[in-house]
Design a protein around this ligand. Structure first.
Ligand code: SAM
Ligand code: SF4
Length: 326
């Protein structure tokens, strides 16, 4: 079992399958971003070896993310191989949903269990403005295809002041009245080149809850206040679904954190909001044995940090979000 210096058991790996994306969300990456050459990214056999090694130290939940995971060549084959690796119990994905229309069924058949689909607003114009060129109708086709394929569905919405913080939030929340979905509002986090924009646009959970309650009725706490992953859950009166709030900046959930992240270029990132990473790609390519790799991995996990330092203005600058995977 992989345990860190604070006694947390770390068993959930989020793997960025690619740094590339078919959108350019304003809060995620600059429009003119340069992606890494393919040779610098983890190859399929390298990902599968790492999955096997991580399961050997007790990891059992894997989330595939990006960039946009569905644009990676062999995405379905990779899901299949990961889902059928010994020790893997759960394989889920975070996606912008654009390609799910065609890929949801093959992904479900390959062993994918759930998708978190990003949709920040129901308004087509605002969606285009936030994603720089996306069509919200494509996301809806993806959401329905995911449901039809039997995948569990959660919707993720990053809230940006001046873009989608008013009626959009209420309209997103209203979806839970008639759908058994979890609609999650994610507090924007500052990274790399886009940090100034992100810090200026952050909207607090308290403000969002107040706006939703004023329009749709009081929110009741779900789960006795226990976090569902990283989300605190609420429900509108008579709603079939739930509302989740992920407030990593203002209400960090470090005590219950079980996760580590593998970047597309093979770095193990121990905390989303801290720069420290351990290079796994080089030792893999230099012929490290399984025992040597396990030693690097368990030592890295042991040093997983606690807490971010945004309050002291220490912002993770070494990467933008699309390279880490959210
Ligand atoms: N492309 C996929 C997607 O958009 O769902 C997966 C990768 S994306 C980096 C993962 C998640 O991070 C998405 O839900 C996205 O909205 C969120 N995200 C991106 N930039 C963010 C930021 N600066 N703060 C908070 N969440 C962010
Ligand atoms: Fe692409 Fe997802 Fe980042 Fe948007 S949030 S630019 S869809 S990686």
């Amino acid at each position: 079992m992989a345990i860190d210096q604070y006694g947390r058991s770390i068993n959930y790996l989020r793997i960025s399958l690619t740094d590339k994306c078919n959108l350019r969300c304003v809060y995620c990456m600059p429009e003119d971003i340069t992606f890494r050459p393919r040779a610098e990214l983890l190859q399929d056999d390298e990902i599968l070896r790492l999955v096997r090694l991580f399961t050997e130290v007790g990891f059992h939940k894997f989330r595939l993310t990006g960039g946009e995971p569905t644009v990676r060549a062999n995405c379905v084959e990779l899901v299949d191989a990961i889902a059928h690796s010994p020790g893997v119990k759960t394989v889920v994905m975070t996606t912008n949903g654009l390609l799910l229309d065609k890929m949801a069924q093959p992904l479900a058949d390959a062993g994918l269990q759930r998708v978190n689909i990003s949709i920040d607003t129901l308004d087509p114009q605002k969606f285009k403005k936030l994603t720089r060129w996306g069509e919200v109708g494509d996301v809806w086709r993806g959401i329905y295809a995911a449901e039809a394929a039997g995948l569990g569905v959660k919707l993720n919405s990053v809230v940006v002041r001046g873009y989608n913080d008013q009626q959009d939030v209420v309209d997103m929340a209203r979806l839970t009245l008639e759908n058994a979905w979890q609609v999650r509002f994610i507090e924007m986090m500052p990274f790399g080149d886009v940090a100034d924009f992100q810090q200026a646009g952050i909207v607090s959970e308290q403000e969002l809850r107040k706006r939703i309650a004023a329009a749709l009725g009081p929110l009741s706490v779900v789960n006795g206040g226990q976090l569902d992953g990283e989300a605190s859950l609420y429900q509108l009166p008579h709603a079939l679904g739930t509302l989740g709030f992920i407030s990593s900046v203002t209400q960090p959930f470090c005590a219950s954190c079980t996760r580590a992240r593998l970047t597309a270029d093979g770095r193990l990132r121990l905390c989303l909001l801290r720069e420290r990473e351990v290079n796994l790609l080089d030792p893999l390519r230099q012929g490290a044995t399984d025992a040597e790799m396990l030693d690097i991995i368990t030592k890295a996990i042991w040093r997983k940090p606690w807490g971010h330092k945004l309050g002291q203005d220490i912002i993770p600058l070494n990467r933008v979000m699309s390279e880490i995977g959210g």
